[in-house]
Design a protein around this ligand. Sequence first.
Ligand code: CIZ
Length: 310
Amino acid sequence: MEVTDRARSGFKELQEEVLKLKRELNAIIVAHNYQRAEVQDIADFTGDSLELARECVGTRAEVIVFCGVLFMAETAAILNPDTTVLLSHRDAGCPLADTIDMDSLREWKGRYPQAAVVAYVNTSAAIKAESDICCTSANGAEVVNAIPDQEILFIPDRNLGHYVSTRTDKKVILYPGFCATHDNLTVGEVRAARQRYPEARVLVHPECRPEVIELADAALSTSQMLRYAKGSDARVFLIGTEEGMLYPLRKENPDKEFHLISDSLICPDMKRTTLETVIETMRARKNVVTVPEEIRVRAKKAIDGMLAIS
Ligand code: CIZ
């Protein structure tokens, strides 16, 4: 998604409007690594969902504007109960998080009553509240290996769960959810990209299919990709995650080249947020994300369990 100079000057006015509203609302703005470049540019913090939620803890701002998708804004609301959290687009959801609802979780728990439920952060607050502990794509294996249970019901991403299972001796039961954006990346696309850039390092997200991960040099969360690219002496990288990630990678490493493995690595929900939707959200103080206290307390326990380990 290359941005022309003309578009950039259009963004400038909108960005100034966002900054004005930010002062009026006493707000902070956080943006996920997958957001549009012009949205990342107006954020006080960018990062992965957990980094952002933690960045907000202790904020003196009255409002957190979360540019991302619903489960991420919920995590911010869980960790910051006294601050108003606004989601940057009303319909920005996560199809992966939606692959599991309370009925299916209870059914799977019934099938494996002895298993500990490890929930990827890409789940609703209600699902987190029904789980034993959370994990992110950066710390899945660390969490699974740290808890005493030998049998794990990993929800909802089967690819991340499979990746974790290759890093533990424990029995990992996979729930069949997946992120369509990552799951669509194919072995053929990775091979073709490698042919175009034979010298490149291939970095993919662990939400990709096992056979794609096998072809990569590393399977990394977005925060890990940033650290890897910075610390690596390689100059060219092929990236197998959502397109928005190219922006922070290029910004932090102007002397290196980053290419998306496939043009289809675009999450429609992440792209719903634009500068216009941020402005509408802030002007109307709308899309307030709340988590009922009874759910919040139990979901926070699952998140805190992870934070104590990782
Ligand atoms: O937790 C996140 O932010 C997600 C969804 C991905 C990542 O690797 O950062």
